[in-house]
Design a protein around this ligand. Sequence first.
Ligand code: NOJ
Length: 511
Amino acid sequence: MPADPTPPWWKTAVIYQIYPRSFCDTSGDGVGDLEGVRRHLDHLVDLGVDAIWLSPFYPSPMKDFGYDVTDYCDVDPLFGTLADFDRLLAAAHDRGLRVVIDWVPNHTSDQHPWFLESRRSRESPRRDWYVWRDGTPDRPPNNWHAAFIDGPAWTWDEATRQWYLHLFLGEQPDLDWSNPAVVQAMHGTLRFWLDRGVDGFRMDVIHCIGKDPALPDVPAEIAGIPACALNDDPRTHDLLRDIRHVLDEYPGERMMLGEVFLLETERVASYYGSGDELHLAFNFPPLFASWDAAVWRQQIAQAEQHIEGRNAWPTWVLSNHDNRRHRTRYGSEARARAAAFLLLGLRGTPHLYAGEELGLEDAEIPASRRLDPGGRDGCRAPIPWTGAVDHGWAGADPWLPWPPECTQRNVDAQRRDSASTFHLYRRLMRARRASPALRTGAQRVLDTPGGIVAWQRDAGSDRRIVAVNFTDETLDWSPSGEWQVEVASGDAREGERFTGRLGPDAALILR
Ligand code: NOJ
């Protein structure tokens, strides 16, 4: 596909995920806050990101650390106030940074006033805002499994003698999106933030909002898989087109980035519709791909075939708040650095997870400090800003332990060291911003020895090659023509002619 002459912002942006609890605490309670994000915006601009995505900061009992919302139109006092949000948004916009916020439409908290009312009685006017079913206490209405808990996606309500559905924790009841009143109310929550000026939404498990009203059993052999990874109902596409209309009422290309937790790229791709549903969808299979050239060649081919194949724009992500960081998964700093070339060099929109630009590993969480029912605490460790004892937080012990080696591996120390992972990411993002080929250019995978994956990007006369050696040996490979090293993860000298050698677990951008 040729380069797009006037691409929308979300095609060329590098999006940076902030988990507000873990970014920076300014209030002294050990939990990060919106003011902590605002104070570090200059760092993000200097790094080279174009947009931030904030994980939920809504009022919440925090059973799922904010993905259990009690009010879609406010800020939890833990994170600040609506005024703090407005200040953050204005400060970001002043710096040319877009702001994407998380939106959690599939479920609320069980403490949300809607659910409290729904639960009150079978006659409650909001009973049908959630998914209630008859039955007996010993037998849930179907065989769906919940995520994060080893058990059914149903909780029996003894007072009203019915079951309610929850694809996640019992404290996260599913809204019933077949009810037009729910649709209207949720559209209203989008408008609330669009009116304030947000640039888009990351939509939590968006593929789950439409459900077959018959709620049929899943085949017995897959009944242990959480239903949130299986639900793929056509009704969601109608709902998404209507949500898209809401965003399209606003100027400036407000963006829908959907979390589609289906582990086949082809199924993820369907949520782009025909350009009338999501602008971007997370494609998670590469996030779960091992450090292996053949596996990655296959992932690239899948994105090209299924996403580009329907004229949609891919996304790339290596780490987030739900999975072990790629530095931890791949097991070495060299691999984590080389992986950044996949993220920032492949055609599509890259999504970074705060701290990966420091090469952070997951924290070791002693049993006494484990908090998350899904076991995801390690990747949510706080970001160390300095080498001081409180690492630039406000003094209090943070809600989770610090990641390993953060006396050296922190923002201040890495800024001073031009060989650091921080500077590598910074150079990659600068190279990307300066090159139409890397931003929107066509992509062609090249013939290489088995352990290397290399691809060429072209936009008019601008061209780049990106190459990654997935083995622990030095490999020789020369593309035809003269090429110069622009960015290197390992020993190769930037600015010099490419010698045709790629070091172990090393990656290059050539120009
Ligand atoms: C996906 C989010 O990324 C995760 O953190 C959350 O627990 C579930 N959706 C439920 O909202």
